[in-house]
Design a protein around this ligand. Sequence first.
Ligand code: BGC
Length: 746
Amino acid sequence: MSRKYLTQAWCVLLVTGISLSCMAQKTIPSYHQEIESLMSKMSVEDKIGQLIQENGDQGHDGSIKAGQVGSVLNVVNPQAIHRMQQLAVDSSELGIPLIFARDVIHGFKTIFPIPLGMAASFNPDLVQQSAAIAAEEAASVGVRWTFSPMVDVSRDPRWGRVAETFGEDPYLHARMGTAMVRGYQGEKLSDKTSIAACAKHFAAYGAAIGGRDYNTVELPENVLRDVYLPPFKACVDAGIASFMPSFNEINGVPSSGSAFLLDQVLQKEWGFNGVVVSDWESVIQLQTHGFTDSEKESAYQSFMAGTHMEMNSKAYANKLRELINEGRISMEKLDDAVRRILRMKFELGLFDDPYTHTADFPPMLNDHNKALAKAVATESIVLLKNEKNILPLTGFKGKIAVVGPLADSPHDQLGTWIFDGDKADAITPLTSLRDLFGSKNVNYAAGMAFSRSLDKDLFPEAIEAAKNSDVILVFIGEESILSGESHCRADLGLPGIQEEFIRQLAETGKPMVAVVMAGRPLTFESVFDTFDAVLYTWHLGTMAGPAIADIVSGKVSPSGKLPITFPRHVGQVPIYYSYKNSGKPASDATWERLYEIPPEAPQLSIGNTNHYLDYGFEPWFPFGFGLSYSTFEYSDINIQDPEVSMGDSIVISAHLKNTGSVKATEVVQLYVRDLVGSRTRPVRELKGFQRITLEAGERKKVVFRIHTSELGFHNLDMEYVTEPGAFKAWIGGSSGADLGIDFSVN
Ligand code: BGC
């Protein structure tokens, strides 16, 4: 069939197809007729070709012309994309367009905070807008598919990819992940500014033993279903176009070959009708795992489990034909995979117009995009400490020492996974602080060339700058390369000789504010007392400088909250707010302090509780924590009906008052505990949050409505149930909130 004929046929049928494409998944699959008509023209080789994803723009021309490529990743040059697309559309027999994919993780050219930072904003609306901007910028060069959002719950800051997550909580992950899906995919995929999203890495990638990337995961099914899967399910419900299995094995089965995950849960239970693309060579890695003994068996296991497209490696290209000939893989199974991929291409409008008209798009990094990036960055900043209200430096007239390895490090502030971001576009804190306070009032000296430096040669210059100033802003933390894929750390402390640098600065006796940039929670309790204030700023992206300047100057009051628990010491990991009580819960009264135990104390088994002798039982900072330049008071917690009927909604409220002297925003959080369960339940689970902005002195009632079905869990029979009985809810400004109320579900 000639390409011209196909184009005409699609144009006619597209009229119906467009409206169908707007519909949510689980309705009648869209483009049915167009797909079937095309499929009837495809040979087995053509079909297998659609399952192949190649990398880069070199060396694939022949296979594209032969119809042996369905997708290409990592090409972002619009001319190269156009050239390859032209080969597919004009020179292949069937003219099926390619889909170009890229890891657009927290922005394309305009870089937003790392996802862990964005999670701290607790602002899904802004996160959605950031994804829409990322989509528009990526689509403007021809990229129509991103491998994002990553919705891997992780409770291990050692894991480098924690930077790419939304932290430790399933509910926060679901809210942020679905916001990104909506942002990327827009109103409908066929809009030129929309790109297909991909939920990754399915599943439990963040639960790698020891926080070491790609490592084994051992997880009971109920924990998998209660903690790690819900954000993925939420993405399916939000209409996500694709999924990516994780590199890790779970309980002995690598995800790319897991029929349980990909077939049972994703397809059968959740009714996902989109595309599953493998992770980078994860199909052939089934053999490395020791799950298969050959490339052929890897292709078989992965395809049969439900991985439709293979990224980069060649097991499908090399072996699927043979497996089909042998009858081990049915045509029905092959057709199902091909249909999904074609449907995604139809829904993206690629058959309608496979080319990108870059000139039709607004320029990248435009003022709107940068303003949004600044807004997200500002809301992502968490104030951990502010003694004697040293911050903000509103109207500050003295001299400011700006020191530290990250004050002027445009590359590092962008964070991990910024393939297309450019440090030349990044505005650093030094630049913004000079703009704000005047260059003559800023004494800058890095003091350390980079965060891991072991060289003290630059110390004296920074100490001198500090001595000549009235306040020190010290920019410490981690370079971007210390987090991200396979960049895990066993030590969560400040790298290099930063602690020594801080101590020497402290000796000047000047007030000192730490601005910490990092891809994970860091532990620096031993120098914490040297700071009067601490701002935790993650890697904030292109607009880190202006955002930090707005917070430092008090133009905006900090409103970020920690999306992950901060341990005091790495040995406490995993430590998270929604732990189980145990039969011997620790308290301050029962904590036996290491150095208080007398020598040769006899062992007792009475009165013991579950703490560490040296680090107790509490984290450094709890999940949900974050200060403001104002103060907030919570009161009058109330429940509409303390005896809720199963199937009804629960309406819980509290009053929030801004008791400080400046306008500020508070993230009001709702936590619930199911007090008794046929399986024990966590001591608290986040069930809602709202960002509330109040003028000084203003008071507002904040109302949450949740359904009893949101209080369920997987019981011993692996059924999702909400059990009747006693519950408790808390409303407050962190997971440590103490304003609670009892209720029951009957
Ligand atoms: C990562 C994925 C990413 C893929 C393609 C893999 O190494 O695990 O998250 O999407 O590479 O770049």
